[in-house]
Structures are given as C-alpha cells and as structure tokens.
Design a protein around this ligand. Structure first.
Ligand code: NAG
Ligand code: NAG
Ligand code: NAG
Ligand code: NAG
Ligand code: NAG
Ligand code: NAG
Ligand code: NAG
Ligand code: NAG
Ligand code: NAG
Ligand code: NAG
Ligand code: NAG
Length: 401
C-alpha cells in the first residue's frame, strides 16, 4: 500500500470514531495525532472528499489547533469553547420569523440539527431559520411534511455540513438513504453542505447507492450549497426547486429524480474513476431524470453551469421514458462522452425523452457525435428553460437576503 491509501484508510477510521462520538468524547490523543501528522496536502489528495479538509479545519480541529501549545491546560480549552459565541444570539422571534441556533459544542439552543427541526411548530406559517454553526453534524435529518417554511443557514458550504452514511442496502432502498430528507414545502438552505460519506461503489456493486439529500417538498431553494456523494448524490425527487451557485459532486446519476428544477451557476464535478485515453468505457452520468409520462411537466434545466472532474460520463440517462433535461450556456470538459446521452438500453425511449443542449462550450459540448435523439435547441425551443419562469419562480422564489 502506498502512503496515500494508508492515509485514506486512517482518515476514514478517524472519521468513523468521530462520528460515533459526535466529536464530544474524542480522545485528545487522536486529535493531537491528526493535527501533527495530517498535512493539508494529505487531506487534499484524498480522492474521496477533497473538501472534507475545510470541515476539519473549521471544526473542532481549528479550535484545538489554536490552543495547540497549551498542552498543560486541556480543561481550559473545553471551558473556553463558547467564548467567541455572541451571548445575545439567537435574537427574539419577530412576527414573521423565528431563529433557532445549532452549535455542536453546545454554545446555543441545540447540538443537533434534528433537535432544532423537532422544536419547530407544526404547520407554522412563520419562517423558522435554523442557524447552524461551523462543523460537521453527523446525523440523519428528516423534515416531515408538517414542518414547512424552514431555512437551514450554514456558515459556508466548505465549513458547515450534515453528514451520514446510509446506503440503499442499509436503509431498505435508495430513496431512504438520504443523509437529509425534506418532505416539507418551502424549504430553503444557504451556505451549507449535504453529504453521504458511504464508500464509493465498486463497478457493478449492488445496493451501494447513497443519497446526500432527498428533496420531496415543493418550492425549495438552495443557495451556495454543497452536495457530496458518489452514486445518486442529489435526489431531486419531486416539486419545483431552485439551485444557485451550488457545488454538486458524484459519479453515477448524481442528480436524479422527477423534480422540476432550475440549476443556475452551479459546479458539477464527477468523481467517476479516471478512464484511459482511447478506452471506450463510460462509467457515470450527471443526470437520471425520472419523468414517466408526457402528462407530467417535470424536467431539469442547467444554465451557466460547469461540468468537470474525472471519468467519462453521459449528460443523462433515460431512467424513465419521458426523461427531460436541458443544458444551456454550460461549459463541459472532455469527460463528457461524445454520444452525450443514453437511453437506458430501451430504444423506445429515444422517441420520448427530451434531451436538449443550447449554446454550451468546451470540448465536452461538441455535438457532432451525439446520439440522434439529442437536440441542439434553437432560440425558440430554449427560451422556456433559460430562467426561473421554468419553475414558476416569479410566483414563489424569494430574493436572496
Ligand atoms: C456508517 O459508519 C459507521 C461508523 O463508521 C459504521 O459503523 C456503519 O457500518 C456505516 N454504515 C454503513 C451503511 O456503511
Ligand atoms: C408585529 O407585531 C407588533 C406587536 O408585537 C405589531 O405592532 C405589528 O403591527 C406587527 N406587524 C405585523 C406586520 O403584523
Ligand atoms: C434559544 O436560545 C435563546 C437564547 O438563549 C432563548 O431565548 C430561546 O428561548 C431558545 N429557544 C428554544 C426553542 O429553546
Ligand atoms: C409557509 O408554508 C405554507 C405552506 O407551504 C405557505 O403557503 C406559506 O406561504 C409559507 N409561509 C412563509 C412565510 O413562507
Ligand atoms: C454565504 O456565503 C457567501 C460566500 O462565502 C457570502 O458572501 C454570503 O454572505 C453568505 N450568505 C449567507 C446568507 O450566509
Ligand atoms: C447489498 O446487499 C446485497 C444482498 O444482500 C449484497 O449482494 C450486496 O453486496 C450489498 N451491497 C453492498 C454495497 O454492501
Ligand atoms: C455564470 O456563472 C459564473 C460562475 O458561477 C458567474 O461568475 C457568472 O456571473 C455567471 N453568469 C451569469 C450571466 O449569470
Ligand atoms: C447563443 O448565444 C448567442 C449570444 O449569447 C446568441 O446570439 C445566439 O442566438 C445563441 N443561440 C445559438 C443557437 O447560438
Ligand atoms: C467535434 O468533433 C468532431 C468529431 O470528433 C471533430 O471532427 C470536430 O473537429 C470537433 N469540433 C470541434 C470544434 O472541436
Ligand atoms: C425551432 O425548432 C422548432 C422545432 O423543431 C421549429 O418548429 C421552429 O421553427 C424553430 N424555430 C426557429 C426560429 O428556427
Ligand atoms: C423568462 O423569460 C421569458 C421569455 O424571455 C420572459 O417572458 C419572462 O418574463 C422571464 N421571466 C423572468 C422571471 O425573468
């Protein structure tokens, strides 16, 4: 084994320990070891979740690191943990908004996100902002249908994350594997990440799908959020959804579901295994949209996004017969397979899917060798997919505050 694989195993083991202890009883010895022996380079070379470095940096470790030289006074560190925390936070409720605060170290109302969700009143017409401090929250979170109008406000998608590791096998189906599952309407998330850190499936593995978030409520909006996983990262299940300036990572079908969604200025990163130049293998897909019939109006629109990373992947697979996906003004690296799209081995779907490309750039956007059913949209055809009217955003999407 090379040092990097040893490191990755060690790091996963450490995370496992941390997760089972919620960071609170982690032996200082392990933290000390990580601080002294794990360099930024080692963490950033971790092919699995490069961005974990930031979480570690902003979480417990940063705190610990700042006090690294006070070896003689471990108690003081614990006592001082809330010193920087504003004493008058959260502010009192207003007529229209309440704020609940989550901090892993116990510096405000709740130490878990789920506890804050549980404290929100049933069918509250007020918006509840759940303010979540920096750190990794190792928990599975469910927002039931009875809790509309919740906002998750993180401190940055590289420093605040909700992380769990269920798989299709461990949760009785892909649909239940999400680290976070949103069934309520009017959900908003800002500057936070959703992550499933189950192992990346080996080729042909069964039951290893691992969803980071399932969004099954109508009128949801995500601003500056991160979605980290491998197979089936973002379950854009149903309803109208908006994503702006989000980072979405995965390998196979990493944006999937039957939602009607508008993705604007997002960065989509494939972590499928690198493919040798000249090899004909295709080992991933960005989307697997699940529209079943022409009577539905769901679809995914990606505008001004960027597609990159590793592997050789399709833009989309026809998970259901009327799968509908459009990429516009999007830059695509050479990881995009030249045929572009795949009919899920069902040629009858070639007649019913709607796969469009409009004004995209980069070597992956060359449409010369695309499958015949892929459409190069003209201006008129593209218009419905190019702004938030696609999701009726003018009726419900609130401006970013
Ligand atoms: C999730 O991680 C925990 C802690 O490492 C482990 O015990 C559990 O088996 C993992 N679950 C799955 C489904 O891999
Ligand atoms: C909010 O509540 C205050 C009293 O607490 C009241 O004076 C004010 O009119 C209310 N505003 C709205 C918009 O309902
Ligand atoms: C949250 O903390 C604030 C400040 O301590 C307090 O006023 C408020 O009642 C708490 N809210 C809940 C739901 O515990
Ligand atoms: C709260 O949710 C309900 C039902 O989804 C919605 O009608 C209402 O406009 C929402 N209120 C706010 C303040 O977002
Ligand atoms: C979200 O993060 C961005 C970039 O770090 C920052 O500019 C913005 O103010 C943050 N907004 C909120 C609401 O957290
Ligand atoms: C999921 O379960 C099936 C049946 O028990 C098994 O064959 C498969 O290896 C499991 N997959 C993973 C990733 O553990
Ligand atoms: C396109 O996306 C990039 C990167 O997110 C952003 O800097 C740029 O302003 C966007 N352009 C438009 C027209 O929104
Ligand atoms: C592409 O974009 C340019 C400028 O943004 C526009 O003039 C043109 O009509 C668009 N459509 C096509 C199919 O090139
Ligand atoms: C597009 O791909 C075709 C076929 O591989 C190639 O002949 C052509 O030069 C490419 N066009 C551009 C602009 O790269
Ligand atoms: C765009 O394509 C549609 C469908 O093929 C066609 O009916 C329409 O005439 C085209 N419009 C333009 C401006 O080329
Ligand atoms: C979206 O674009 C259409 C066609 O250009 C336009 O009529 C509509 O007003 C735009 N909607 C928004 C919310 O900008």
């Amino acid at each position: 084994m090379n040092p990097r694989s040893i490191f990755i195993i060690l790091f996963i083991a450490i995370l496992a320990v941390l997760s089972s202890n919620q960071f609170r009883n982690v032996p200082l010895l392990i933290l000390e070891y990580v601080n002294d022996h794990v360099t930024l380079e080692m963490l950033s070379s971790n092919v699995i979740f490069p961005s974990l470095i930031s979480f570690v940096d902003y979480g417990y470790f940063r705190f610990y690191h700042h006090h690294h030289h006070h070896h003689d006074d471990k108690k003081r560190k614990i006592v001082s943990i809330c010193d920087d925390f504003p004493p008058d936070f959260p502010p009192p409720d207003t007529n229209t908004t309440s704020i609940l605060c989550v901090d892993r170290n116990g510096c405000c109302n709740f130490t878990t996100v789920q506890a804050a969700v549980d404290a929100v009143g049933v069918l509250s017409q007020k918006r509840t902002i759940i303010w979540i401090n920096n750190g990794i929250y190792f928990e599975k979170v469910i927002i039931p249908k009875t809790k509309p109008n919740i906002t998750f406000q993180g401190q940055g998608y590289t420093s605040t994350a909700i992380v769990w590791n269920d798989t299709a096998n461990s949760s009785h189906g892909t649909f239940y594997s999400g680290s976070v599952q949103v069934f309520a309407a009017n959900f908003i998330a800002k500057n936070i990440s959703f992550m499933n850190m189950a192992p990346i499936p080996s080729p042909g593995a069964m039951g290893a799908q691992a969803v980071a978030i399932r969004i099954a409520g109508d009128q949801a909006a995500f601003w500056g959020c991160g979605f980290f996983g491998a197979q089936d990262t973002l379950h854009d299940d149903r309803g109208r959804h908006y994503f702006k300036e989000c980072y979405i990572q995965g390998s196979i079908d990493f944006v999937f579901g039957n939602g009607k969604s508008f993705y604007e200025n997002c960065q989509l990163t494939s972590i499928a295994s690198p493919v040798a130049i000249g090899a004909r293998v295709i080992n991933g897909a960005v989307t697997a949209h699940g529209r079943t019939s022409k009577d539905e109006n769901s679809g995914f629109a990606f505008v001004n996004c960027s597609l990159g990373g590793t592997g050789r992947i399709w833009l989309g697979r026809a998970w259901r017969p009327f799968s509908t996906v459009v990429f516009a003004y999007t830059s695509m690296s050479d990881i995009i397979a030249s045929e572009g799209w795949n009919d899920f081995n069902d040629p009858s779907r070639d007649q019913t899917v709607f796969y469009g490309e409009y004004n995209c750039t980069g070597s992956g956007a060359n449409t010369t060798l695309r499958v015949p059913y892929a459409q190069k949209l003209n201006d008129t055809q593209a218009i419905p997919f190019l702004n938030i009217s696609f999701i009726d955003g003018d009726q419900w999407l609130q401006p970013y505050i």
